[in-house]
Design a protein around this ligand. Structure first.
Ligand SMILES: *Cc1c(COP(=O)(O)O)cnc(C)c1O
Length: 395
């Protein structure tokens, strides 16, 4: 059996998204800046896509800028707020300890330029409160950037409340909604969001294309210099097929948001309940307040990487929070942020489901996983020490 359970990393494209892009690669392949009809067809498609995306999040078409993905949108939003702040002598930025690296690394860069970055601590259940944000805001705060939902442990943040706090205090508010778009209801006006990032490949669209919503009046700063595309805010010939596909994929997900969430939540809860039967393991994040498809657990006494390889041998695609896969030996900053000790954080597993997963697949994972964990523990020196009492169990 083959089970794809890594939808938080990326998703399979939907038939709708694939079909939407094909005409713009061969038939209407023109450059949207060209005056001839093939170019104008492409320009028209982009206009419609912009309108569709805006409609899905309660924005206006002119408030949407297409980017080369979620990371670029995050970079552009944060750099924009920093430059606006800098002009007014405001150099304090509030974020959280468990943001995506697209946010954290951009903030690090600004820190080197003299910005003061304050990362809010995360509760043990993966929670951040609007009160924490309110307490952290100072007269020199130029930006609050807080993710809509966490990509590793699935926490859903109180975005509307945080938006209200930021509005009241007159501070720009950006949210990385890459995990939320297409999966959770978003209304940028109602939620007082000034800037929002999304990426097509997290909702069955193509990779390498995303969007940045910026409330009208916010002067976006370019991160890609070039021609006058995207009203001068993002140089480079537009990825027309990708943009059209992004819009089609987002619309399809948003049209089925509640039914997809209900289906995926039931699968998720069955999976969590089954996994928690395994001794010395624990759920990461909140059991209820989490993305419909997110399962993240820690197993004591094993390494996440070995677990992933053995699952893969059984046809199960998953991911681990420990970042050895990304060339670093440090465990996930997200798991450390919720207080998991290093040795436990190394034994993490993330299974992220989508509406195409089935109950049979969940049953298959539950049939294979306990044996793999038991085997890895049987060959683990750490597990030996735990069993003999030389080391204390944490979970
Ligand atoms: C995937 C992801 C990103 C990065 O998006 P890309 O399109 O891969 O650049 C940023 N933030 C979050 C929360 C994500 O899950």
């Amino acid at each position: 059996m083959y089970v794809y359970a890594d939808n938080a990393a990326t998703t399979r494209m939907s038939d709708t998204a694939v079909a939407a892009m094909i005409p713009y690669m061969q038939e209407f392949f023109g450059n949207p800046s060209s005056l001839h009809s093939v170019g104008q067809k492409a320009a028209e498609a982009m206009m419609n896509a912009r309108q569709t995306v805006a409609g899905c999040i309660g924005a206006e078409a002119r408030e949407i800028t297409f980017t080369g993905g979620g990371s670029e949108a995050d970079n552009q939003a944060i750099i924009t707020a920093a430059r606006i702040g800098q002009r007014k002598g405001k150099k304090h930025i509030i974020s959280t300890a468990y943001e995506h690296h697209a946010v954290l690394h951009t903030l690090k860069k600004l820190e080197k330029e003299g910005f003061e970055i304050e990362l809010l601590p995360v509760g043990t259940l993966g929670n951040i409160t609007a009160q924490q944000v309110a307490d952290a805001i100072r007269p020199d705060t130029c930006l609050v950037t807080v993710m809509f939902a966490n990509n590793e442990i699935g926490s859903i943040l109180p975005i509307k409340e945080i938006g209200a706090v930021c509005k009241e205090k007159g501070v720009l508010f950006h949210t990385d909604a890459v995990q939320a778009a297409g999966h959770l209801h978003i209304d940028v006006k109602d939620m007082n969001i000034d800037m929002l990032s999304l990426a097509a490949h997290k909702f069955h669209g193509p990779k390498g294309v995303g969007a940045l919503y910026a409330r009208k009046g916010i002067p976006l700063v370019n991160v890609i210099e070039g021609g006058a595309q995207e009203r001068g805010k993002r140089g480079g010939t537009e990825n027309v097929a990708g943009i059209v596909s992004l819009a089609a994929a987002l619309k399809e997900c948003c049209d089925h948001i509640d039914e997809n969430a209900a289906k995926v939540t039931a699968l998720r809860d069955k999976l969590i309940e089954g996994i928690l039967q395994i001794p010395h393991c624990a759920l990461n994040g909140d059991p209820v307040n989490r993305l419909a498809g997110n399962v993240n657990v820690c197993f004591e006494g094993i390494e996440g990487e070995s677990l992933l390889l053995m699952l893969d041998a059984k046809g199960i695609c998953a991911s681990s929070g420990s970042a050895c896969t990304s060339g670093s030996l440090d465990p996930s900053h997200v798991l450390l942020a919720i207080g998991r000790p290093h040795e436990v954080a190394h034994g993490s597993l993330r299974l992220s489901l989508c509406e195409w997963n089935t109950e049979e697949e969940v049953d298959y994972i539950l049939a294979e996983l306990p044996g793999i964990v038991a085997y890895l523990r049987s060959i683990s020196p750490v597990w030996k020490d735990l069993e003999s009492g030389k080391k204390q169990f944490i979970l």
